[in-house]
Write a protein that binds this ligand. Structure first.
Ligand SMILES: [Zn+2]
Ligand SMILES: [Zn+2]
Length: 145
């Protein structure tokens, strides 16, 4: 895959603490497959929050999906001013340099909130998606790193 931002740069696949991401070595943006953020949403945002709120303030993006090359849609991650580009064909998300760490901060806070209520581990254990429990465990390790 090519970087959607940088002409002529290939994305470099690497595994960081068990999660495979594709990173551009030129701009440090990362590509995250759709199901990864989706599963994460399923796991983290469950208590009375509609998943629909993930997409907020849609607008056309300046970049195209590295997989299908259609124009992506830029949206704000929840009520924050964190802009993410998403493929409308469901291929994945593009995060500019630094945005991945901001998402980690947001999710980490959410995990802490769930942990405080004592329901976090129970919620993760109830997951119906095969493999997402181990995925989320890996993500938790990533957050620590
Ligand atoms: Zn790039
Ligand atoms: Zn696509």
């Amino acid at each position: 895959m090519h970087c959607p931002r940088c002409e002529g740069f290939e994305l470099d696949a690497y595994v960081h603490k068990g999660i495979e991401v594709d990173r551009c070595l030129n701009c440090n943006g990362i590509w995250l497959d759709h199901h990864e953020l989706d599963e994460l949403e399923d796991q983290v945002i469950k208590q009375g929050t509609s998943k629909g709120t993930l997409v907020y303030a849609n607008r056309e993006s300046a970049i195209s999906c590295p997989k299908c090359h259609i124009k992506m849609t830029e949206f704000n991650y929840r009520a924050n001013d964190l802009a993410i580009d998403a493929c409308q064909n469901g291929h994945g998300f593009w995060l500019d340099n630094g945005e991945d760490s901001r998402i980690k901060v947001l999710l980490e806070q959410r995990i802490k909130d769930l942990g405080r209520s004592g329901k976090a581990e129970k919620l993760w254990g109830k997951s119906k998606t095969v493999g997402s429990k181990s995925f989320f465990r890996k993500f938790k390790e990533w957050l620590k790193g």
